[in-house]
Design a protein around this ligand. Structure first.
Ligand code: N2P
Length: 347
């Protein structure tokens, strides 16, 4: 081999090694977040990227069941996920969440204690509460009159073909349970069968089952939708005819959490992302954008007055009193799944 050729091969080898090292370094700085839609603004992501030199890649899911199924099926590569309360319970029981190193999350101290130590993670070993909200009814007040006060509005034939239900087993079964006067966490098989029958009865007047309700409202594809509070309030910013109500019979209250899947490729970076999100001014921007309450006490002073005092974002005590959080129910979870499959398959 000639000296020149050897020299250029060595040079190529050095370039190759440098390239691989470069990739490895880039990869070490890439954070994969798997989240509900519209939970982070581009500005917040850009600020984290500028402060850390990391790159954030965001993917979204539409229900807790999607998230749990993906992680259970062995999908790897995600560093941060955002399960709701009962999904934290399920994922932790399956060994699919990493234990958090709180030393890397000093802003954990900023969290409002009322959101800590809940039934789904008593020691917050695997989850950090992020945002919270309610489920209820979004309605186009220029078309729906009188304003709905009961879940019965979603069964009203006057609006046949113009109603969306959340494509979410626990929320839709929950709406049916509340309409029947039962708990969201009912485990009694005959009551589960009643809720199933009620949802099957409703099906002929339903236009769609979707959890991404924003564009349905914006495009006026429906006049009534089962929805999460922030999603309606965000649409109402530009389309004030859209209003949100928690029905008199009661509804769900959710806490969505930041968590790290077991075996996440970039655990320390994920913890620094969680820590970043728990800064009062950062998470106030999340509330301003998502219209969901957050779990950091001092964030409230960073919110504009219009949001600070919004009863739709921060429900008054009489509304809070009629909300329930969803719990994982063990064996009854299977009955819910079967009921929901039957609803979706019904003609
Ligand atoms: C959807 C956010 C609602 C999440 N954009 C409910 N857990």
């Amino acid at each position: 081999m000639g000296t020149n050729l050897r020299a250029s091969l060595r040079c190529a080898a050095i370039v190759f090694v440098a390239f691989v090292a470069g990739c490895a370094q880039d990869d070490a700085k890439t954070l994969h977040v798997f989240s509900w839609s519209d939970y982070f603004t581009p500005e917040i992501v850009a600020r984290f990227e500028a402060e850390t030199g990391a790159k954030v890649i965001l993917d979204t899911y539409e229900s807790n069941e999607d998230l749990v199924a993906k992680l259970q099926a062995g999908v790897t590569g995600y560093d941060v996920v955002l399960p709701s309360d009962y999904a934290v319970q399920q994922l932790a029981a399956l060994g699919l969440l990493a234990e958090l190193d709180k030393a890397n999350i000093p802003n954990f101290a900023n969290l409002d204690p009322q959101f800590l130590g809940k039934y789904f993670d008593a020691a917050n070993a695997h989850s950090v509460p992020y945002v919270w909200g309610t489920a209820g009814i979004g309605y186009d007040s220029s078309k729906v009159s009188p304003a709905p006060t009961s879940w019965a509005a979603l069964w009203d034939e006057a609006y046949a073909g113009e109603i969306n239900m959340l494509d979410d087993v626990r929320e839709s079964m929950g709406a049916a349970f509340k309409r029947l006067g039962y708990s969201i966490n009912t485990t009694d098989p005959p009551k589960i069968a009643e809720a199933r029958a009620l949802l099957i009865d409703q099906k002929p007047i339903i236009a769609s089952y979707r959890t991404e309700t924003d564009d349905l409202m914006q495009a006026k594809q429906v006049v009534l939708t089962h929805a999460w509070s922030g999603d309606v309030l965000r649409v109402a910013e530009d389309s004030p005819e859209w209003k949100y109500v928690v029905p008199d019979e009661g509804s769900t209250f959710f806490i969505d959490n930041l968590a790290i899947p077991a075996g996440a490729p970039h655990k320390a970076l994920a913890e620094s992302f969680i820590n970043f999100m728990l800064q009062p001014d950062v998470i106030a921007q999340v509330t301003a954008f998502t219209r969901y309450g957050n779990c950091v006490t001092a964030s409230r002073s960073h919110l504009p007055d219009s949001l600070k005092d919004s009863p739709a974002i921060f429900p008054p005590p009489d509304v809070l009193a009629r909300l329930e959080t969803i719990q994982s129910l063990g064996a009854a979870d299977v009955l819910y799944g079967e009921a929901w499959t039957a609803v979706k398959a019904a003609q």
